[in-house]
Design a protein around this ligand. Structure first.
Ligand code: TYD
Length: 227
């Protein structure tokens, strides 16, 4: 399946040029993966290194994007996956245009985004059934074709996700109220994305202790910053 997508299609997506020691990174993972914890740690690490750190989340982080976030995550009716895909893409395009691209032109800046295009691959592409190529197709126009320099995919299995969800006991949004099969597809989607975009996506074993997971992320980050 991974070989089904031609390189010329994959190459429609590209990271921004790095001319000012500024980096764009994203975090992905299913619920309970630990994205928020590690994003906070990475942010402190980078600030201590002298970087200006911009923390963003998807969907959202712009006025328009936050409105879309409320509309999508609070949806009372089932949306068609293509409607979802375009709504997330609209929020993403606005975020790139309003914030990300400008910040990356500043010196020594790191933009960290909690979820980005790979969530669309997993949620709308694989779990929603649109396929990876449709998602790439939606993102082929500038600025949507801009992807992070590095993506940390914190991988956990379904059991771990469900156990952590029970511990948190939080109310569920539109996507989280889905069943087990859905989570299997999300993992499949993120795994597939990481196999397709091997240069960009690094898979981190999220089952390990918080410190081990973080250390692994930091090691990869150090390599990136040394480039
Ligand atoms: P959020 O509460 O931020 O989820 P989490 O805390 O697990 O990161 O809600 C974002 C939800 O939107 C999440 O369920 C994944 C979904 N989503 C998509 O389906 N497609 C996308 O492109 C993005 C960015 C998010």
């Amino acid at each position: 399946m991974t070989n089904d997508i031609p390189n010329s299609t994959k190459q429609l997506l590209r990271p921004p040029k790095n001319t000012s020691n500024s980096w764009f990174i994203s975090f992905e993972g299913i619920e309970g993966a630990g994205k928020s914890t590690h994003i906070q740690r990475v942010a402190s690490f980078l600030q201590n290194r002298g970087f200006d750190v911009i923390l963003l989340r998807e969907p959202g982080s712009t006025r328009f994007g936050e409105k879309l976030r409320t509309a999508i995550l609070g949806a009372q009716t089932k949306l068609h996956p293509i409607a979802e895909a375009y709504l997330f893409a609209a929020s993403r395009a606005q975020l790139l245009q309003e914030i990300i691209l400008g910040k990356l032109e500043q010196n020594n800046t790191v933009v960290i985004c909690d979820r980005f295009i790979d969530s669309s691959f997993a949620y709308q592409g694989i779990a929603g059934g649109l396929g990876i190529e449709t998602i790439i197709d939606i993102h082929k126009h500038y600025p949507l074709c801009i992807v992070p320099h590095k993506t940390f995919y914190i991988r956990i299995d379904i059991e771990t996700s469900l156990q952590r969800q029970i511990k948190r006991n939080m109310s569920k949004d539109y996507f989280e109220s889905q069943g087990r099969d859905y989570y299997t597809k999300l993992i499949e989607g993120l795994d597939l994305a990481s196999q397709l975009f091997t240069e960009r996506i690094v898979t981190i074993d999220g089952q390990k202790s918080i410190d081990d997971v973080y250390q692994n992320i930091q090691n990869h980050l150090e390599k990136l910053l040394a480039k």
